[in-house]
Structure formats: structure tokens, C-alpha cells
Design a protein around this ligand. Sequence first.
Ligand code: SAM
Length: 211
Amino acid sequence: MAEELRAHWDKVYEETPVERVGWYEAVPELSLELIERCGVGTAESVLDAGAGASTLTDELLARGWERVVALDLSASALRLTAARLGPAAEKVTFVPGDIRDAAVEAQIPPVSIWHDRALLHFLTSPEDREAYAMTVRRTVRPGGWVIIATFALNGAEYCSGLPVQRSDAGMLGDLLGPDFELVEAIDYVYRQPWGDERPYVYTRFRRKVGA
Ligand SMILES: C[S@@+](CC[C@H](N)C(=O)[O-])C[C@H]1O[C@@H](n2cnc3c(N)ncnc32)[C@H](O)[C@@H]1O
């Protein structure tokens, strides 16, 4: 199953121009804004979980972030980002692999910011979602931040032909557990390249300092 999923995502990125995928953003403005609001210095680590071929990595490097980690199941997606970045790709830690896999988790350094736009909703079983939450708990430093953008309760039921789990901020808070406090939740309607609307909820949590 994991292998089939990897093949699915590799095929998407190998066969679709990145500007035509149903989640493309030329500049991920809201993600950047929420990262900025964390008030973390650019020498600290930020992870993009399910980075795909997003330009978030490019934009973070352009803003001086020195420790950017891009994780995705699709090595093809990460290769697109690396090719786009050219020599600057050397500054990025690329982690190809499944977020649910303990061997992959072991490759993620402790981070001050965990960012995920549109990965978590593909994890639809309680077991997979708990594995994700465990990785967040083991990876985000006390006082660090978790930004999750996911399909809202009124959002789509499928993406890229796969079923998704829609959420609100309360559900995400329950998933992360009591060490994480919700700081803000923003309803945001994303417009796909062909004009369809996709309602998301963007959430920002803080890990309690002593937790
Ligand atoms: C809808 S795309 C979003 C990509 C990117 N965050 C963006 O905003 O452009 C979802 C991404 O999650 C990745 N993904 C799906 N399941 C995954 C898993 N179990 N582990 C790691 N990445 C996964 C896919 O390969 C894909 O790149």
C-alpha cells in the first residue's frame, strides 16, 4: 500500500506540470505569513511536511532561513524543487519518505516550526493520524510551532483521486494532544488553477514551553 501510494504521487509529479496540480500556489502567501507570525529566528529549523514541489522552500531560502527541511513521499517532487533551486538546493535537507515511517522520522532533526499544507488530510485512518501526531510530538521542540493547513469540514472529499479526512481546528487540537495550544485558525478558500474552490482551514499551534 505504501509503495502504491509512493508510485501514485511520483506519477502525479512526473506527468503534471507543477503549475497544473490542483494545489499549486505560485507563492504560498498564507503559509509564509503564519511562519512569520511565529516570530522565530531564521537560523532555526523549519520542516515542510508533504512539501511536494511547493515553492515554500524557495521562498524560505529567499527570506534567509538557513535550516529548511523538505519531506515528501515523492522523491520526484523533491527533485523538481532541487532542480528549480539549482546550487541553493545544497542548503536544504531533503527527506524522501513516508511520514508514517519510523525510519523516516529518524531523519528529521528537531524543528522549531512544523508546516504541513495538504498532507495530513490524506491520512484517513486513526492509526495513520496518530503516527503523524507522534512524529509531531517527537520532532517539534518545546515552545515550537505547528502550522497545519488541511481541508475544512466543508471541503472536498477527494484530492488527487484519493479520499481525504476533513477537519476543523478542534479536531486537529485533539489529534496533537494537550501539549499543543491553538493560537489561531483561519478559514481560507483556495482557488485551483482551473478556478474551482477548495475550502481549507489553516491552524497555528504552539507547543507549551515546558512540554
Ligand atoms: C496535495 S500535495 C501538497 C504539496 C505541498 N504541501 C503544497 O502545498 O504544494 C500533498 C503532498 O503530500 C505528499 N504525501 C502524501 N502522503 C504522504 C505521506 N504518507 N508521507 C509523506 N508525504 C506524503 C504527497 O506526495 C504530496 O506531495
